[in-house]
Design a protein around this ligand. Sequence first.
Ligand code: DQA
Length: 155
Amino acid sequence: MNILVLHGPNLHLLGKRQPEIYGHETLADINTMLDQHAAASSHPIVLKMFQSNHEGELVSIIGDHIDWADGILINPAAYTHTSVGIRDALSTVALPVIEIHLSNIYAREEFRHHSYISAIAAGVIGGFGTHSYKLALEAMIHILQLKMEPLAETS
Ligand code: DQA
């Protein structure tokens, strides 16, 4: 299972950025935690992680992995609320997507309540801090497992 993990703008500053909202863990901590979780899984999982502050770069990375990735975990950060381009890129590659947020965007400002990504995602996980990423990885493994080993048809 090849899983692309994308971190959007300002997430490179996790640990320093509004820790009362986003916590004290850094992006490196999150990536390490995901790698460890993947290594401990009974499934062979390869993770590729990227962070970018640029919408177009995220669009390009998504497209570049069309033939590599089996699924995408993405915290689009501020682009969640603005980016038709990232949504279109995700629709184009037509892979299962899980949208992740550290914070509960529905408990925050009104402008964060709308996501351009949610409607094309398999699911959305938010509000659990860095644990949101772990839950999302587990959910993606579950989705890909079902896809690769479809339930036996009953006659
Ligand atoms: C975020 C929530 C977004 O509204 C915000 O712009 C972010 C981070 C989160 O993980 O909680 O940058 O995606």
